[in-house]
Each structure stands twice: as structure tokens, then as C-alpha cells.
Design a protein around this ligand. Structure first.
Ligand SMILES: Cc1cc2nc3c(=O)[nH]c(=O)nc-3n(C[C@H](O)[C@H](O)[C@H](O)COP(=O)(O)OP(=O)(O)OC[C@H]3O[C@@H](n4cnc5c(N)ncnc54)[C@H](O)[C@@H]3O)c2cc1C
Length: 389
């Protein structure tokens, strides 16, 4: 396969424009939201207005119609600027399921409004409290009843459900003991949360160590129109899997951006801070961990570019996308912890923003998929080792 990677600062104009938007949202903005556990409405509004949230929506539906690599650059730049796209990034990749598998009517109804920001599709209901990473065992049921489906069950960690108009919901439509393979019998629905809330759908925030606006969602005989089904009934798991490689690349880009933020902050501080009459960065015990974390980020960057290019070429990018997410999440964590150590006691002071970003970057090793599950993928699907579970 012939794919070409661009090195260095590709999409320079996008990087510059995103950087400029981010300048309006300094650390103090994010710190105040973190302390109040509030949603970054102003930041999301600015990003929506700029059109960057609709980067991957085709032009015919009012989006920018850009390749995945451009979206990856947007998210990396948001994070390297010290901001966080966690409040709205899902819109970029959840939309892909609707775009690839939705009917012409569904696409015409929703995509232009998502592109303009009139509708927010930011909630993705997959994970459940009792089944976790074992997605095909999820217990939420959607049972057809005339022109409707009746939904019962519970989701957990459904981020931004309280700030979203629409939710992409994965539910079982055929009981697991009536399908040949457990990946069958799952279906995807586009649930209108504005209609659903209070009518069989209850959303409760989960207090967490980061400001991620995440929730539990309870379904109790929620009735949704049958035409909210995306694609064919029973094929939902495949539709969700289709979107996961793009999601991995985008999440890896955010982790990379965070890593670059930490390297910049650590380097500046190590040059400025003088102890024992010299900058602390002159000590190799301070400089080497920063250099090592930088090297790890550069490797992750290459893998993200490879994954995005492979995705764009229409080839199977599962291996590259998973490895990119693995490397970027770990490199970002090493950069965060190195920066934390470099700042000494000041890392703990909120006004420096290191402790907040350090808490935030930890998530990438757990969600949207934990490190072990990526290693399982590589071990089984790339190397051909036996499945352990
Ligand atoms: C802040 C936050 C936001 C989130 N947002 C969303 C969202 O918007 N939508 C959504 O659907 N989900 C969301 N998630 C859920 C997230 O995707 C899951 O937490 C993650 O996939 C891990 O699932 P789990 O928490 O159930 O862990 P479990 O599946 O219980 O796993 C626990 C640990 O055991 C390990 N493990 C389990 N099985 C194996 C195995 N076979 N081999 C090796 N190790 C194994 C895992 O790697 C992990 O380390 C979010 C989570 C968090 C914390």
C-alpha cells in the first residue's frame, strides 16, 4: 500500500486559527470550570462558530468536508494550547456512524443542523455498569412495538448527555441466546434526548476527578420512534466498530497535544527556575526525563499520522489506530508526570494548571478503551496469539 505522510506542521493555517481561538480561553477559564464542575459553553460555542466541530461533515451537509488528519490536527492544537476538547470532541466521531450508516432522510434531517451547531450530538451510550469492556454482553434492551421501540436498561459514563440534544445508543434488539454470534443482535439508535428526558430516560451526573460532564443514564420503558434506528436492526456492533478507528486516532491526537503542552511547560520552567544558583534544567535528572518524554511523543505523532493516512486511503487502519492510541496515551502520561516532577511543589498549586492537566491526561489510558484491551487487540488480531478471554 502506498501512503504518503506529511511531516512537520501540516495544516499550518488550521493550527494557527485554532491556536488563536484557544488564546481566548486561558488556564484560568478552565480552572474556574473545573472547580465548579461546569461545562465550557463559551469555548464550545466559539469552536462551533469557527466550523471546526463540523470538520468531518461533508460539504453537502454544511460541514467542512476535511480529511481525518485535519480533525486530528484541530484536536491536537486545542490540547497543546492548554484547552480541552473533551467537552465536544465526540461530535466529530459519533457523527460518522450517522454519516456512514444512516438513511438519506436521517442524514438530511440531522447533519446540516449538527454542522451549524443547532443540534448537538455529543453523547455516546455504549458502556454499562455490569459489563464494561465486554460490550457485546450489554444488557440494555430495545424491543420493537409497532412504530416504536421500548428501551429498558442503564448506561454508565455517558459523557455530555446533559449537554447533548441527541445520543447514539447501542442496545440489544435480539437476546444474546437467540443469535449465532454475540456481536449480532445489537442495534444503534439516534435518541432525541430532548424528547426522552422525563419520559422514561433519566440522566444523573457522576462526580469525577476531572471535569468531564459524565453521567449515568437510566431507561425505564422509554418509547422511541422506530425510524430512530440507524441502518439495519442487529448490525449495530459493526457500525460502532467502524467508527472506533477514527475515534482512536482523534483521541490519540488529543493525548499528543496534551503531551506537547506538558513538554513546553516543563521546558520553560526548567530553564527559568534557579536552585543552587543554576537553572534546574541543567541537572540531567531534570532534563533527561523531559527529553525522553519528548522522544516518546514524537514516535506517537508518527503513528497517529500513519493511522490517519491509512484511514484516509480506505485501508484497514485498526493496527495503526490502536497502536497510535496506546503510544500517545502513555507518552502523554509520561510527559505529564515529568512536568509534574519538574515543577516541584508548585505542581500542586492550582494556579499553575499542572495538577489539573495531569489529572485530565490520565483518562486516555482508560477511555474510550483501556490499555489492556488495545494490547489484547494487537496480541490477537495483529500477532495471532490466542484470545485470553
Ligand atoms: C471520564 C470517563 C468518560 C467516559 N465516557 C464514555 C462515553 O461517553 N460513552 C461510553 O460508552 N463510555 C464512556 N466511558 C467508559 C469507558 O469507555 C470505560 O470506562 C472503559 O472502556 C473501560 O471499561 P470499564 O470501566 O467498565 O472497565 P472494565 O471493563 O471493568 O475493566 C477494568 C480493568 O480490567 C481490565 N480488563 C478487563 N477485561 C480484560 C481482559 N480480558 N484482559 C485484560 N484486561 C482486562 C481493563 O483493561 C481495565 O483496566 C468513559 C469513562 C470515563 C472514566
Amino acid at each position: 500500500m502506498n501512503i504518503t505522510l506529511e511531516l512537520g506542521d501540516d495544516y499550518t493555517e488550521i493550527r494557527e486559527q485554532v491556536r488563536r481561538i484557544c488564546e481566548g480561553f486561558p488556564g484560568s477559564y478552565w480552572q474556574a470550570l473545573d472547580e465548579a464542575a461546569e461545562y465550557p459553553d463559551a469555548f464550545v460555542a466559539a469552536l462551533t462558530e469557527s466550523g471546526y466541530l463540523g470538520a468531518l461533515i461533508p460539504e453537502e451537509y454544511g460541514g467542512a468536508g476535511l480529511p481525518l488528519r485535519a480533525a486530528s490536527v484541530i484536536l491536537e492544537t486545542i490540547h497543546s494550547s492548554g484547552c480541552s476538547a473533551g467537552a465536544c470532541h465526540a461530535q466529530m466521531y459519533i457523527m460518522g456512524t450517522l454519516l456512514r450508516h444512516g438513511s438519506a432522510a436521517q442524514k438530511a434531517q440531522y447533519l446540516p443542523k449538527i454542522a451549524s451547531g443547532e443540534l448537538r450530538l455529543q453523547a455516546f451510550g455504549v458502556t454499562e455498569p455490569t459489563t464494561g469492556s465486554d460490550t457485546t454482553q450489554l444488557k440494555t434492551r430495545a424491543v420493537r412495538d409497532g412504530d416504536e421501540y421500548v428501551v429498558n436498561g442503564q448506561k454508565i459514563w455517558t459523557s455530555r448527555a446533559l449537554q447533548s440534544d441527541l445520543m447514539l445508543l447501542l442496545a440489544r434488539t435480539t437476546p444474546v441466546d437467540q443469535v449465532q454470534r454475540r456481536t449480532e443482535g445489537l442495534s444503534v439508535f439516534l435518541v432525541d434526548l430532548r424528547e426522552a428526558r422525563g419520559r422514561g430516560c433519566e440522566i444523573r451526573p457522576i462526580p469525577t476527578m476531572i471535569n468531564h460532564n459524565t453521567t449515568e443514564v437510566f431507561f425505564d420503558d422509554l418509547r422511541i420512534p422506530a425510524d430512530t434506528l440507524i441502518g439495519e436492526e442487529g448490525k449495530g456492533f459493526r457500525y460502532i466498530l467502524d467508527g472506533m478507528n477514527a475515534e482512536r486516532v482523534l483521541i490519540a491526537s488529543e493525548a499528543l497535544g496534551d503531551g506537547r503542552y506538558f513538554i513546553r511547560r516543563a521546558t520553560e520552567y526548567a530553564n527559568e527556575r534557579r536552585v543552587f544558583d543554576q537553572p534546574i534544567g541543567r541537572n540531567q535528572g531534570v532534563a533527561h526525563p523531559i527529553a525522553r518524554a519528548y522522544a516518546e511523543l514524537e514516535a506517537a505523532d508518527m503513528m497517529i499520522r500513519k493511522a490517519a493516512a491509512t484511514f484516509q486511503a480506505g485501508a484497514d487502519c485498526g493496527e495503526a489506530a490502536n497502536i497510535a492510541k496506546l503510544l500517545a496515551s502513555e507518552a502523554a502520561w509520561h510527559a505529564a508526570d515529568t512536568c509534574f516532577q519538574t515543577f516541584g511543589g508548585f505542581a500542586f498549586a492550582r494556579e499553575y494548571h499542572i495538577e489539573r492537566k495531569w489529572r485530565e491526561v490520565r483518562l486516555f489510558q482508560t477511555a474510550p478503551i483501556s490499555t489492556n484491551m488495545i494490547l489484547n487487540f494487537v496480541a490477537q488480531n495483529v500477532l495471532g496469539l490466542p484470545r485470553s478471554y
